[in-house]
Each structure stands twice: as C-alpha cells, then as structure tokens.
Write a protein that binds this ligand. Structure first.
Ligand SMILES: NC(=O)C1=CN([C@@H]2O[C@H](COP(=O)(O)OP(=O)(O)OC[C@H]3O[C@@H](n4cnc5c(N)ncnc54)[C@H](OP(=O)(O)O)[C@@H]3O)[C@@H](O)[C@H]2O)C=CC1
Ligand SMILES: O=C(O)C(=O)CO
Length: 336
C-alpha cells in the first residue's frame, strides 16, 4: 500500500474493481488515492496495519460493504466522508455516522439496471430450469425438462424502489401482471411502471414469482419466514437480489424440501455474512430448482463503472464543499 502525502488529500479505496477512470477523477482533484485492504470488504475482516495507517490519515473512504461501526468511527476521527460504492448501506451504523458528524453517500443511478436484468434473468433461469438442463447436458443426457413460462403469470415485487421499477419496466414485454408491496411509497409517486399496489398478504398469496427489492432493515429481516412461505402458492418461485437476511434460509430449505415451493433464484444468501448458515446454503445448492449467484446482481462492467465514478464524484464534491446530489446523501452529520 502506498503511503498518502498528507491526511487531508488522501482517499482510501477498498471497493473492489475500482477503475482508473474513477481514480483519475480523484487525482485530478488533487487527491492521493490509497488502494488496498480488499480483505476488509469481507465481513469478518480484520483491519490490517496498512489499513489502520490509511484510515488514520485519509479524509475519505470509498468502500464496498465493510461493517462501519461506532468504534471504527471513533478510532478514525480524520475520516469525514464515507462513500459507499453501491446502494445498500445495511452494514453501516447510520446513527453512528450522524453522531460522529461524518458524511455517508451511496451511488443511486448506478447499478439498478444491472440488478433488474439479473432479477428477470433469475426468473427465467429458475422458471425454465436452465441450470438443471445444463447439468443434464454435461452428464450426457438429452432428455427434455418442462419449465414454466412467465407469460400470463403474476409477478409480485416486495419493495418498489429504483430496482423494482426497472424490473417492472423489463417485465412489460412479458405479458405478466405485476403487483407490488411497499409500505413506504410517497402518495404522490408519479410513475409506477404499470404496477398495481397490493398488501403483503396479496403479494404472497397471488404471485407466481416473488422478487425481493426492499433494503435490509429491522422490519425486513426474515420477511420471508416459515409463515410467509406457507402463504405462497405451492409452485411460486422466489427471487432474491436484495439481501440474504430478508429470507429465513432454514425455512426456505424446509419449504423446498417438502415441495412447498416451485424454486428459488438467490443472488444473495444468509451465509454471505453469517457463517453459521453455510450448511443450509450447501443443502440449498444441492436442490435442482435452486439457482444461486455470488452477489453479482450489481456487478456488470457498466454498473461498476458508473458506481465507481459516482462514488469518486461524491468524494470530490464533499471534500471541496460542493453540493452533492440529494439522493446520494444517506446522512450528513458534518454540519450542525
Ligand atoms: N444484488 C446486488 O448486487 C444489489 C442489491 N441491492 C439491494 O437492493 C435493495 C433495493 O435497492 P433499490 O431499489 O436501489 O433501493 P430503493 O431504496 O430505491 O428501493 C427500496 C424500496 O423498498 C422500500 N421498503 C423499505 N422497507 C420495506 C418493507 N418492509 N417492505 C416493502 N418495501 C420496503 C423502500 O422504502 P424507503 O425508501 O422508505 O426505505 C424503497 O421504496 C438495496 O437496499 C440493496 O440491499 C442493491 C444493489 C445491488
Ligand atoms: O449496491 C449494492 O447494494 C450491492 O449489493 C452491490 O454492491
């Protein structure tokens, strides 16, 4: 790791796949870029000596999804700007960011299209049994598998924010009915992309495909539990590109093993951040009607490039005292 010239011109970047174009936005603004510490993006990460050095000196940090706690903020008082390269900020103690008078930004408008593509891709992949068919071909079998088409079905979205609306826009070409549950939508929301709003009960009971697009909060943790799974149609397909913790993986496994669900497409899974769930993940991966991807829903070249640029622009604007896009600010505790 290169040492920064001085604390106030230094930006630590631990977000993986941070590219030269984004780095040059920082350098052009006179900032020194310190890269490294990718391991810190892992949940059980340890702050290495190099990371400690950089966090002590730098005034901004462009990050993937490390845990940011009150202790960490107290330890590194120079760190005034936390720029999350991405949109979900559930690993960050937002109240502590406010209390320690720091700024937290995200990059809305960067990876929504990528995640929406992924969610629709998983609907098709699970519904039409792509991977099972692929594995059978690998085993030299030329039999035919029967899948489910999207056409004529009801797709239920839980959370109707940026990603879900793009999912709805993509589904407009598939001749489906799209319903959504989102208790926090403002009354004056302008464009619902043809989506019919519904209660959670209706979404669970009426949907052939259910796609999760709500953030991880206290009220969404294990939103899809044993009870919710029991309310779904027996052939329903669950898609999760939001956060693994929205689903009780043990209950999901049990429902799938009992044939109580049509299948699942999971880009995110509980064991990503809770090693005690690894055995359940391994069991889920043995099921023919489950497809898992490695939290790659937001990871297209284009999405990452946009997110990197936006994170860099936020840091430059914040350090230069320029205005930031309002939707990029999660919390700004810097001003009284
Ligand atoms: N797989 C991947 O790589 C990626 C995953 N994500 C995940 O997707 C999530 C959604 O992203 P995005 O669409 O951009 O976020 P948005 O904030 O635009 O949309 C989320 C919506 O869900 C609403 N919501 C909050 N709580 C509930 C609830 N209990 N039930 C239903 N809806 C609820 C939110 O309301 P309110 O605004 O009031 O909170 C908001 O309207 C992110 O939080 C992140 O966790 C995001 C990008 C990449
Ligand atoms: O943007 C997000 O929230 C992701 O999960 C991908 O980084």
């Amino acid at each position: 790791m290169k040492r920064p010239a001085n604390s106030f011109s230094c930006v630590l970047v631990t977000a993986r796949f941070f590219d030269d174009k984004a780095a040059s936005i920082l350098r052009t603004a006179g900032l020194t870029v310190v890269t490294g510490g990718v391991a810190h993006d892992a949940v059980d990460a340890v702050i290495t000596e190099d990371m400690h050095d950089a966090l002590s000196r730098c005034s901004a940090w462009i990050m993937g999804m490390p845990p940011v706690t009150a202790d960490l903020l107290a330890r590194y008082p120079n760190l005034s700007v936390m720029a999350r390269r991405g949109v979900g900020y559930d690993t960050i103690d937002v109240a502590a960011v406010q209390a320690h008078r720091r700024l937290l930004t995200i990059t809305p408008g960067s990876n929504e299209a990528t995640v929406a593509d992924h969610a629709v891709g998983l609907m098709l992949a699970v519904g039409r049994r792509y991977f099972e068919s692929h594995r059978r071909m690998q085993a030299g079998e030329h039999g035919v598998l029967v899948g489910t088409e999207l056409s004529g079905k009801t797709v239920g979205l839980i959370g109707l924010g940026r990603i879900a609306r793009l999912v709805a826009r993509r589904l407009a070409g598939f001749d489906v009915r799209v319903i959504a549950h989102d208790p926090y939508l403002p009354d004056d929301v302008a464009d619902l992309e043809g989506v019919q709003l519904a209660s959670l009960e209706t979404v669970l009971a009426d949907s052939d495909f259910i796609s999760l697009h709500a953030p991880l909060t206290d009220s969404t943790r294990h939103l899809i539990d044993q009870d919710a799974l029991a309310r779904m149609k027996p052939n329903a397909i669950l898609i999760n590109t939001a956060r693994g913790e929205l689903v009780d993986d043990g209950a999901l496994l049990a429902a799938l093993q009992r044939g109580r669900l049509g299948g699942a497409g999971l880009d995110v899974i509980g064991s990503e951040r809770d090693a005690s769930l690894e055995a359940i993940t391994r069991e889920l991966l043995t099921l023919p009607n489950v497809i898992c991807t490695q939290h790659t829903g937001g990871s297209s070249r284009e999405g990452l490039e946009r997110a990197n640029m936006r994170a860099a622009q936020c840091v430059v604007a914040a350090l230069q005292g320029q205005p930031l896009p309002p939707d990029a600010i999660v919390v700004d505790g810097r001003s009284p």
